[in-house]
Design a protein around this ligand. Sequence first.
Ligand SMILES: [Zn+2]
Length: 438
Amino acid sequence: MTFLLRRSGVVLSLALALHIATDADAQRGGRGGQRSASLLISDVTLIDGTGDPPRPHMSIFIDSGRFARVFGPGQAAPRADSTVNSAGLFAIPGLIDAHVHIGTQPWAREVAQLQHALREGITAVVDLASDTRETGDLARAVLAGEIQGPSVYYSALMAGPTFFKVDPRVQGSSVGYVLGTAPWMQAMTDTSNVVLAVARAKGTGAIAIKLYASMDSALVTRIIAEAHRQGMRTFAHATVFPAKPSDMVEAGVTMLVHAPYLAWEGSARSDSFTIRGQGDFTRVPPDAPAIMHLLTRMRALGTLFNPTVWVFSQGEPGSIATTVREPWLYAVTKEALDMGIPIVAGTDGLFASPYDSVPTLHEELRLLVTRGGLTPLQAITAATLNGARAIGIEKTYGTIEPGKTADLVLLEGNPADSITNTQRIRMVVKSGRIVRGP
Ligand SMILES: [Zn+2]
């Protein structure tokens, strides 16, 4: 297969081409909004992220950081600064891990991790609660071109006061603040000023409120309504204790996270969020009437579902987590899929240890296909278009369609045949610029 990078008809070495890009970047001081070079990816099999079947022999013209044209054979190609002949390759949109926790490690390690994730095809991440001082700075540094990494979106956590007394993780994420008072880690009660609390959270640059634990139905309903009124998204643990999944769904929550927590819909209300992973999976089977009704309401109200299957598939062999909970969470994920609820791919951990391994999202996709019943194309949509829907940027991101931000991954194997081909990466493009390969 040919794979050449051309500039004005002259074939350049890749090293030289990348050097030119680097110099150009330096001259304009990062992304700065100026026009980047145009790029033509020709004769590629296109998987656009919408769920449509692969289209062979397509060409993608990228200009000013966006997909400008997508066209088939026989149509005249626009003149491009560079052309990548991609015969035999497969293009998918850049992948979104819509459930990570970054901003918890020293800066240099976060930077190295993000850079590695980008090279492995992850072009956007959604942080579901960390220290927004760090996630915010990582987001800014990526935007400014100071570091190479996925675009970073992040949320601000709200939970009842009990959570802050019990869970030690929040201390490291709100250094310098009395626990529960940091704008990104707020303790909420019936008497909290919800309008002000949401405004403080929004001021951190967070796109969403993450509802975590120890809040009742009335409080989560008020927070969700106010967050949406102020233009934010809402992501909730599927059970917030005592608030149940249906309380968040009926309040219009954007996305429920963690499939096993749906089981609590079929049990008596509990205040004890620490038992959240230990639902009554035997007495509340995945097709219990309470679960089916919940899924019906999620479908009707457009709730997104972020099952995070990988993180719940790490149990000891023979344990209840493995023998009972795992089959339950895959079954409920399949039911949600069959009902038409949008599945959003997210891992709850951008990398397993060590952090320079393959990003966990690739394994999440494999599990969604092999055990969750998604087709490979549905899994790709879960990590592209549906991730963009979770963030609320689906009009400008998440598929390979004209007008959208040009983030894409070129693969050496067809991911529609085998989802593990998402790991066979030849090239990564971020905002119209080649950041890995070809
Ligand atoms: Zn999480």
